[in-house]
Design a protein around this ligand. Structure first.
Ligand code: PEP
Length: 249
């Protein structure tokens, strides 16, 4: 069975004071069905792991370098992320793809390194507005899945996040039918490439302007196993209702 996952991506937000939000999530009664993951900036990873100790909340990084070590000033390796006690790493977020020119091949290489370090990868895919308007959504998603996910994927080392670029941080959300079409397509592609046994066990998250008011509807869509949440994960008061909605779905 695949797990439901509520994942928060703090992006380049948060200092030590922000750990109070994580502590509040960690202190809430553990969801019975959903797992919770928070991905703070690299500077907070170790302290976040300590703050979440003895709770059900898992901690993840937001990126890692493709190399396991070496002369890469300012970068963080997968081994370093894992060394903090983090269990997951987000890879291929559209902001990384845009801001740092990351290609599918880059993401694939990072995933191999992350798996070698024992991390679970949350690999992001998603179309731009112009790609959706040109009716190219499924082609784009198919190409990103094929190019970004290494061959050794399993339900234990991989989570896929579908994040339409135009829905991230904009308040715009695809219709439930649009979300369902893409999630069904991702499931079909995962089963076709990795076999039904693996393809069925990979969790597929939706991301893009998820908030308490739309979470229940989004979690009712077929093949939506949870959410990757940006803005609404920064405050426990905003994120907890999303976790609760997923747990109840
Ligand atoms: C994200 O950054 O992955 C994201 C989905 O952001 P937001 O929830 O703010 O749209």
């Amino acid at each position: 069975m695949r797990r439901k996952l509520a994942a928060g991506n703090w992006k380049m937000n948060g200092t030590a004071a922000s750990l109070a939000e994580l502590t509040a999530i960690a202190a809430a009664p553990a969801p019975s069905e959903a797992s919770v993951l928070i991905c703070p900036p690299a500077t907070l990873l170790s302290r976040a792991v300590s703050a979440a100790a003895d709770s059900n909340v898992m901690i993840g990084g937001q990126d890692c370098h493709v190399a396991s070590s070496g002369a890469h000033t300012g970068d963080v390796s997968a081994e370093m992320v894992a060394d903090t006690g983090a269990s997951h790493v987000i890879l291929g977020h559209s902001e990384r793809r845009e801001d740092h020119g990351e290609s599918n091949e880059d993401v694939r290489g990072k995933a191999v390194t992350a798996w070698d370090a024992g991390l679970v990868t949350v690999i992001c895919v998603g179309e731009s507005l112009s790609e959706r308007e040109a009716d190219n959504t499924l082609d784009i998603i198919g190409g990103q899945l094929a190019g970004s996910i290494p061959d050794a994927a399993t339900g234990d080392n991989l989570v896929v996040a579908y994040e339409p670029v135009w829905a991230i941080g904009t308040g715009k959300v695809p219709t439930l039918a649009q979300i369902g079409d893409v999630h069904d397509f991702i499931r079909m592609r995962l089963e076709r490439r990795f076999g039904e046994g693996v393809g069925r066990t990979v969790s597929i998250l939706y991301g893009g302007s998820v908030k308490a008011s739309n979470a229940t509807d989004i979690f009712s869509v077929s093949n939506v196993d949870g959410a990757l949440v940006g803005g609404a994960s920064l405050k426990a008061a905003d994120f907890q209702p999303i976790i609760d909605a997923l747990d109840a779905s």
